[in-house]
Design a binder for this molecule. Sequence first.
Ligand code: OFO
Length: 168
Amino acid sequence: MLSNTMIEALNEQIRIEFESSNLYLQMAAWCAWKGYEGGETFLRAHSEEERMHMMKLFTYVGETGALAVISAMEQPKAEYESLSDMFKQILKHERFVTSKINELVDLAYKEKDYSTLNFLQWYVAEQHEEETLFSSLVDKIELIGHDGRGLYLIDKELGKQATAAAGQ
Ligand code: OFO
């Protein structure tokens, strides 16, 4: 059985993962609007991934006999200065998500809630992967994404990454 503090914290994480999903879907719309087809495909897929992160939490909370609660969500930002600006904001957002996962892990330790601790390990690994991915994309955009040709190559790369991830 989960403590009330843990239920509240997990429900907050459900909101955060849902917000991530909405944020990336909104970013996909911005990419489509700007003609970044690869970026659109990549971010649509990433939005789905975040929905899956949310659903895992939603299911876990329910399985423990607690009530999963979906709370009000923040409206995602719709417009970005550039692809580089957008990916820097994604990296910042993922670092924020990592800090929230770490807080959950701290709480589970403090409460000796070993079941939740075990459940959260998947998120710890996932955040490591996501930060690595987005930080390398930010670096690539910084390196070559300053003109039309560079941006074209970056967009192609994003499309390829989305296709490769879908085939995994
Ligand atoms: Fe990309 O963050 Fe979920 O967990």
